[in-house]
Design a protein around this ligand. Structure first.
Ligand SMILES: Nc1nc2c(c(=O)[nH]1)N[C@H]1C(S)=C(S)[C@@H](COP(=O)(O)OP(=O)(O)OC[C@H]3O[C@@H](n4cnc5c(=O)[nH]c(N)nc54)[C@H](O)[C@@H]3O)O[C@H]1N2
Ligand SMILES: Nc1nc2c(c(=O)[nH]1)N[C@H]1C(S)=C(S)[C@@H](COP(=O)(O)OP(=O)(O)OC[C@H]3O[C@@H](n4cnc5c(=O)[nH]c(N)nc54)[C@H](O)[C@@H]3O)O[C@H]1N2
Ligand code: SF4
Ligand SMILES: [Mo]
Length: 850
C-alpha cells in the first residue's frame, strides 16, 4: 500500500489500526488490566449476564461474567437445552474480539477517490450525522433518477432483527438486491433434504439414541452447527454407536471415529449410491418405513431392473424407479474405483449402517455438498435416511422442529411507493434463476441469491451497475472464492458503506465506514437459533458492556437514523414504517429514536415467549425483563414421526426417492427459459440426462485445471477456532492454531502427504507456492499422513491482508499471515442450489518450493 508516513500516522491515529505496532507479531492483550475510575472504589462483585455467541451457526446461549464494567469470562448458559448449558472453545475468543485494539472506533470517510488494493483509502473521522447525511443524499439521488434498483444491501452474519435492515429497508427504498451470504455458506446441504422431505434448513440429530452415524465431510466435534451438543454427548455416543467419517482429511471427527473413509474429494456420490445398492441387494432396508415386495422376495439383483408393481411402499415414493435409473449397477466395486475407498470398507459401512436401522444417521454437511454437482450427492445422503427409516425417527435425523412462537415483523407493503415498486420489479443483480444458475430454494427458480455472482455482475455491468451498496457483518472479497474478482468489483462501486466491527478487506474499498457493536457483548437482540439436542429455541443478546467506542446497531439504529435523514429530504416512508408500525407491546409506546426502536422491535418479536398469557409448549417466562435475564427460551423436546403418514410436505406427501417435487421445480425453471430439463442439466454442468435429473445419483467430481499443469487436488476445511472468517486477528487463535490436526501455531500450512512431498522434493517447513488457474498463495509446507496422497489440504481463515496487526504479518505493507484459500479457489457453483462450491477438490493445484 502506498502510504506516506503522514497518511499512515493519520490512519493509525484515527482507526487504531496499528495500535500495537504494525509488525509486532505476538502483542500482549492488556485491555483487562487497564483500570477504570470505577474500579478504584465500589468494587463491583461481578455477575453473569446472559447473551448469545454467534461464533458459528450453533448460536449458543452463553453467559458473560462482567466485573467493573468489563467482560472477563464466558460460559454456556445453564438454562439452555440445545447446547446442554455448554459453550465451545470459540466462545472465549469473543473476549479478544470485543477488546481487539484494531476495532473501528468511530465513523470514517474515504478521502482518496481512487479505489484498489494498492490505494490507501485515507480514512478520516466524521460524525454520525455527516455519515448518515451522505448516505441519504446518495439514496435520494437514486430515487430522483428512478434507479433505486441500483441500491444493494449485503448481509453476512445477522440476528433475527435483520428483517428490518435486510428485509424491509431495500424494499421500501425500491431494490430487489438484498444479497445475503447464505449461498456461500451451506445452501446446497439444504437441497438434499428439501428434495427428499421438503425441508430447507439445518437438520437435528438424535445422537443420544443412535447406533450408527456416517459423517459426510462434517467434523461435528470441531465445526458444524452443534459443537457443544456433539462434544457433550460424544463419549456416550462412541460407547454405544459405530461412527464412520467420510473426509479426504483426517479431521478431529475422523480421528475419533471407528471408520475413516478418506474419499477422493468430490467423489462422495459414488459411496452414497453404493451404500444404497448394498442396503437394497442385501435386504437391509427398513421395511416398516419403506415397505416390501408384495411376495416378500427380494428382487434387487445387481444389474437387473425391477417391476414397479411388485413393490408396495409405505412412507416413501419412487424406490423402484430410483433403483432402476440410478442404483442397479452401482456396486461397491464400481464405487471403489471412483472414490478411492476399498470395496470391503464400503460393504462393511453399508452393512453396519443397515443393521443399525432405523437408528442410523447419514449426516450431511457443506464439506460434501458445497461441491460442483454436489446437489445430487447430498440428495443421495438424505435418501439413505429414508432407506433405513431414520428420517423423523428416534435415533435418526430430524428435519423439522417444535414451534418457537415468535411474532412476524410488521408488514411494510403500504410504505412501498411507485418509485420503489418499479425498482423492486427489476431483474436482480445476482443472476440467481438464470438457466445455468437455477438456485432452486423452496422449489423456486431463483429462490437463492447467488452471492458470488454479484462480483461478475458488477464487473460485466450485467444486468446493470450498482451505484450504492450498504453492507454489514460480511467481508465478501475475503469470503468468496475468486477474491481478485471481488477486489475489482468493489473498486468499481461508486459508493459503498461498510458497517463492521473490524476494518477488513472489504472496508478497504469503502467510502463510509460505520462502527457497529460486537453482537455478543454490545447490543440487545433476539437470536432464533438452529435446533439441537431435539430442542428449538430463541436466545437473547444483551448489552453486557458499554462500549468505549462510538458505535450504532447495524440492523436497527442505523436504518432509523437513515430514515430520519431521508425524511428531511422529502422521503419519509422508511421512518414512517418504523414509527407507525412498531409499538411496545406492553405500553403501546411508539419508538422515538434508534435505541428505543431496537428494544421495541426485539420486544415485539419475542412477545409470545415472555408473555405468560400466550399459550405455548415450552418454557414459561414471566415477562420481558425475565427473558433478558434468563437469556433463553426452550421448546419442548421434538416429538418424532410428525411427518410420517402423508405429512412429508413433498408433492406426493411421501418421502421421495424419485423427487416429483424436484421434477416440477426443474420443469418450471426450464419453461422460464424455453428450454428442456436436459438443457438445464447441461447448463449446470451435470453429466447425466433424462430421468436421472429427478433421483439422487452419482455425478463425477468436477475439477478446474489441467492435470498435467496442476497435478494435485486442492481441498480445504475450517478451523476449530474459526469464528467464521473473523478470528485471525486474535492471539489466542494463532497461539492455539495447532489444535487443528496437522496445523501449526502462528502459521498457515499446506498439508501434503509425505509420498507426494518426496516426489516434489518438498520438506517440512519449506515455503511453498500453491498455484491454481485462479491464483496463487505462498504458505508453509507440512508433511502429514492425514491428507490422502494426490491431495493438498489447507485450513481456511488466514491470509488476511487488511484485518489487523495479528492477522497480517505487516498490516502497513498488506502482507498477510498465510494465504487465503479463496484467492486460489475457482469461483464455481453448485448451481442447482445456487451455492458457492468451495469443497470437493474443485481446483487442481501445483505446489512449488520457493
Ligand atoms: N469451528 C467452526 N465451526 C463452525 C464455523 C466456523 O467458522 N468454525 N462456521 C459455521 C458455519 S457458518 C458453517 S456454514 C458450518 C460449516 O459446516 P462444516 O460441516 O464444518 O463444513 P465445512 O467446514 O465447509 O466442511 C467440513 C469438512 O469437509 C471436508 N471436505 C472437503 N472436501 C470434501 C469432499 O469432497 N468430501 C468430503 N466428504 N469431505 C470434504 C473438509 O476436510 C472438512 O473436514 O460450520 C459452522 N461451524
Ligand atoms: N474458502 C472458504 N470460504 C468460505 C468458507 C470456508 O470455509 N472456506 N466459509 C463460508 C461460510 S460457511 C460463511 S458463513 C461465509 C462467511 O463470510 P462473511 O459473511 O463474509 O463473514 P466473515 O468473513 O466472517 O466476515 C465478517 C465481517 O464482519 C465484521 N464483524 C464481526 N463481528 C461483527 C458484528 O457483530 N457486527 C458487524 N456489523 N460486523 C461484525 C468483521 O469485522 C468482518 O469484517 O464465508 C464463506 N467462505
Ligand atoms: S462458536 Fe458456535 S458452537 Fe461455539 S459457543 Fe459459539 S455459537 Fe456455540
Ligand atoms: Mo456458513
Amino acid at each position: 500500500m502506498k502510504l506516506t508516513r503522514r497518511s499512515f500516522l493519520k490512519v493509525s491515529a484515527v482507526t487504531g489500526l496499528f495500535a500495537a505496532g504494525a509488525t509486532q507479531t505476538k502483542p500482549v492483550l492488556n485491555a483487562f488490566s487497564t483500570k477504570t475510575s470505577a474500579s478504584n472504589e465500589n468494587k463491583e462483585q461481578g455477575e453473569w449476564i446472559a447473551s448469545t455467541c454467534q461464533g458459528c451457526t450453533a448460536w449458543c446461549a452463553v453467559q458473560i461474567y462482567r466485573i467493573d464494567g468489563r467482560a472477563t469470562k464466558v460460559r454456556g448458559n445453564p438454562n439452555a437445552k440445545a447446547n446442554h448449558g455448554h459453550s465451545c472453545v470459540r466462545s472465549h475468543l469473543g473476549l479478544q474480539q470485543v477488546y481487539d485494539p484494531d476495532r473501528v472506533k468511530q465513523p470514517m470517510k474515504r478521502t482518496n477517490p481512487n479505489k484498489g488494493r494498492d490505494e490507501d483509502p485515507q480514512f478520516v473521522p466524521i460524525s454520525w450525522e455527516e455519515a448518515i447525511d451522505t448516505i441519504a443524499d446518495k439514496i435520494i439521488e437514486l430515487r430522483d433518477n428512478n434507479e433505486t434498483h441500483k441500491f444493494s444491501l449485503w448481509r453476512g452474519r445477522y440476528t433475527s432483527l435483520n428483517e428490518i435492515l435486510y428485509g424491509a429497508m431495500p424494499k421500501i427504498i425500491g431494490s430487489p438486491n438484498n444479497i445475503s451470504h447464505s449461498s456461500i455458506c451451506a445452501e446446497s446441504e439444504k437441497f438434499g433434504r428439501y428434495y427428499t422431505e421438503s425441508y430447507w434448513g439445518y437438520a437435528d440429530y438424535d445422537h443420544a439414541n443412535t447406533f450408527y452415524e456416517i459423517f459426510w465431510g462434517g467434523d461435528p466435534i470441531a465445526t458444524n452447527r452443534q459443537v457443544p451438543h456433539t462434544a457433550s454427548i460424544w463419549g456416550d455416543l462412541k460407547d454405544r454407536a459405530k461412527l464412520a467419517c467420510v473426509d479426504p482429511r483426517l479431521s478431529t471427527t475422523a480421528a475419533k471415529s471407528d471408520e475413516w473413509l478418506p474419499v477422493i474429494p468430490g467423489e462422495d456420490g459414488a459411496l452414497a449410491v453404493a451404500i444404497a445398492h448394498v442396503l437394497l441387494t442385501e435386504e437391509l432396508w427398513y421395511k416398516p418405513f419403506v415397505g416390501d415386495f408384495k411376495d416378500g422376495v427380494n428382487k434387487f439383483k445387481e444389474g437387473e431392473t425391477v417391476n414397479e408393481d411388485d413393490f408396495e411402499e409405505i412412507q416413501t415414493h419412487g424406490l423402484i424407479k430410483w433403483w432402476n435409473v440410478a442404483l442397479k449397477d452401482k456396486t461397491p466395486a464400481w464405487a471403489a474405483e471412483r472414490s478411492g475407498i476399498p470395496e470391503e470398507q464400503i460393504y462393511r459401512v453399508a452393512r453396519d449402517f443397515g443393521r443399525a436401522a432405523p437408528k442410523a444417521i447419514s449426516f450431511s454437511s457443506p464439506g460434501s455438498s458445497m461441491v460442483v454437482r454436489g446437489g445430487y450427492t447430498v440428495m443421495a445422503q438424505a435418501a439413505l435416511n429414508g432407506l433405513v427409516g431414520s428420517a423423523d425417527n428416534e435415533g435418526g435425523v430430524i428435519c423439522g422442529a417444535e414451534d418457537c412462537p415468535v411474532n412476524n415483523f410488521p408488514e411494510y407493503d403500504y410504505y412501498i411507493d411507485d418509485i420503489a415498486e418499479q425498482g423492486n420489479s427489476m431483474e436482480r443483480i445476482d443472476h440467481g434463476g438464470r438457466l445455468e444458475l437455477p438456485g432452486l430454494k423452496d422449489s423456486k427458480s431463483g429462490g437463492t441469491k447467488v452471492t458470488n455472482s454479484v462480483a461478475d455482475a458488477i464487473n460485466n455491468s450485467d444486468p446493470y451497475d450498482l451505484k450504492v451498496v450498504m453492507s454489514y457483518w460480511n467481508n465478501f472479497n475475503f469470503s468468496n472464492q475468486g477474491t481478485d474478482r471481488w477486489d475489482e468489483a468493489l473498486a468499481k462501486i461508486p459508493f459503498m458503506v461498510h458497517m463492521t466491527v473490524n476494518s477488513a478487506e472489504q472496508t478497504h474499498f469503502a467510502d463510509i465506514v460505520l462502527p457497529c457493536p460486537h453482537s455478543m457483548f454490545e447490543r440487545l437482540s433476539p437470536v432464533r437459533g438452529s435446533n439441537g439436542n431435539l430442542y428449538t429455541h430463541l436466545h437473547m443478546q444483551n448489552k453486557v458492556i458499554e462500549s468505549p467506542f462510538d458505535i450504532r446497531v447495524d440492523e436497527t439504529e442505523i436504518p432509523w437514523m437513515l430514515g430520519e435523514a431521508l425524511e428531511k429530504r422529502g422521503f419519509s416512508n422508511l421512518i414512517d414504517y418504523f414509527r407507525n408500525e412498531f409499538a411496545d407491546p406492553e405500553t403501546g409506546k411508539h419508538p422515538e429514536n434508534g435505541e428505543e426502536f431496537n428494544e421495541i422491535a426485539t420486544k415485539m418479536y419475542t412477545q409470545p415467549l415472555w408473555d405468560p398469557s400466550v399459550a405455548k409448549e415450552g418454557d414459561t417466562i414471566d415477562g420481558w425483563e425475565e427473558l433478558k435475564r434468563i437469556g433463553t427460551w426452550n421448546s419442548i423436546p421434538y416429538r418424532f414421526r410428525q411427518k410420517w403418514d402423508g405429512n412429508w410436505g413433498t408433492e406426493t406427501g411421501q418421502f421421495e426417492f424419485y423427487s416429483e417435487t424436484l421434477k416440477i421445480a426443474l420443469q418450471g425453471h426450464a419453461d422460464k427459459h424455453n428450454a428442456s430439463i436436459d438443457d438445464v442439466m447441461e447448463a449446470t454442468l451435470q453429466t447425466e440426462r433424462g430421468e436421472m435429473a429427478f433421483v439422487p445419483h452419482y455425478e463425477p467430481a468436477y475439477r478446474v485445471g489441467d492435470e498435467n499443469e496442476y497435478p494435485l487436488i486442492f481441498t480445504e476445511h475450517r478451523s476449530k477456532l474459526n469464528r467464521e472468517g473473523r478470528s485471525a486477528n486474535l492471539s489466542w487463535y494463532q497461539e492455539f492454531k495447532n489444535v487443528d490436526p496437522g496445523d501449526e501455531a502462528w502459521d498457515d500450512v499446506a498439508k501434503i502427504n509425505p509420498i507426494d512431498a518426496k516426489k516434489l522434493g518438498i520438506k517440512n517447513g519449506d515455503d511453498v507456492k500453491l498455484t491454481t488457474p485462479t491464483g496463487s498463495i505462498t504458505v508453509k509446507a507440512k508433511l502429514w499422513e492425514g491428507t490422502r496422497p494426490g491431495v493438498v489440504t489447507k485450513c481456511y481463515g488466514q491470509g488476511h491482508w487488511a484485518y489487523g496487526h495479528i492477522a497480517s504479518l505487516d498490516r502497513k505493507k498488506q502482507i498477510a499471515r498465510g494465504g487465503n484459500n479463496n484467492t486460489i479457489l475457482a469461483p464455481v457453483h453448485e448451481a442447482m442450489s445456487g451455492s458457492g462450491a468451495r469443497h470437493g477438490g474443485q481446483t487442481r493445484v501445483r505446489v512449488e518450493k520457493v
